[in-house]
Design a protein around this ligand. Structure first.
Ligand code: FMN
Length: 176
């Protein structure tokens, strides 16, 4: 199974992106997790721009099309989805690649309750097939790099990531 991982943070030292890399590194055999790097390159969405879709959007859409499922880790900004990530979802929402695509949320914070509700609602609205809760969560906020690495590299944590990916693989294989 090929998973596309989308981080909702553009920050260079993002804990959400780090978590997705950990999922990629700990993926069981048969599952690959590829992190999409270009969300920050997308222009601001306007329906006016859809007639000539920008290359950066086509790159994202092509990555969505070929994947078997999407893994998302997104921070909470002002109790909602960060603008850059919502912009990406707005681009995808009016296209054919996203409807029916399995998606699983994982969280680098245990406090992002508003974000979770908001993001699930948006993903359901653009017709993603959401992996049911409970979602994977680990609290990485306000931790430095060595602390984050230590948390994500314990045997227990690696096993928990593997189990979530295996569960998601079974879910994605079911009929939509
Ligand atoms: C503009 C801004 C708004 C934020 N708003 C919230 C918030 O409403 N609730 C919350 O729990 N954290 C909030 N945070 C904290 C971030 O969610 C937290 O720093 C997170 O770790 C950032 O993810 P990253 O490390 O992947 O960039 C906010 C951070 C920023 C920069």
């Amino acid at each position: 199974m090929r998973l596309l991982a989308l981080s909702g943070s553009l920050r260079s030292d993002s804990s959400n992106t780090t978590l997705l890399h950990a999922f990629s590194e700990n993926a069981p055999e048969g599952i690959t997790v590829k992190i999409f790097e270009g969300l920050g390159d997308l222009p601001l969405f306007s329906p006016d721009k859809e007639a000539e879709t920008p290359d950066s959007v086509l790159r994202l859409a092509a990555a969505v099309e070929v994947c078997d499922g999407i893994l998302i880790s997104c921070p909470e900004y002002a109790h909602g989805i960060p603008g850059a990530f919502k912009n990406a979802l707005d681009w995808l929402g009016s296209r054919f690649e996203i409807p029916g695509k399995p998606a699983m949320l994982v969280h680098a914070s245990t406090r992002n309750v508003y974000l979770r509700e908001h993001l699930r609602e948006v993903l359901r609205t653009i017709s993603c097939r959401l992996y049911p809760e409970p979602e994977f969560e680990v609290h990485l906020i306000r931790k430095d790099r060595p602390e984050i690495d230590a948390i994500l590299s314990t045997g227990e944590m690696r096993a928990a990531m593997r189990m979530k990916l295996e569960g998601f693989e079974r879910f994605a294989a079911q009929e939509g």
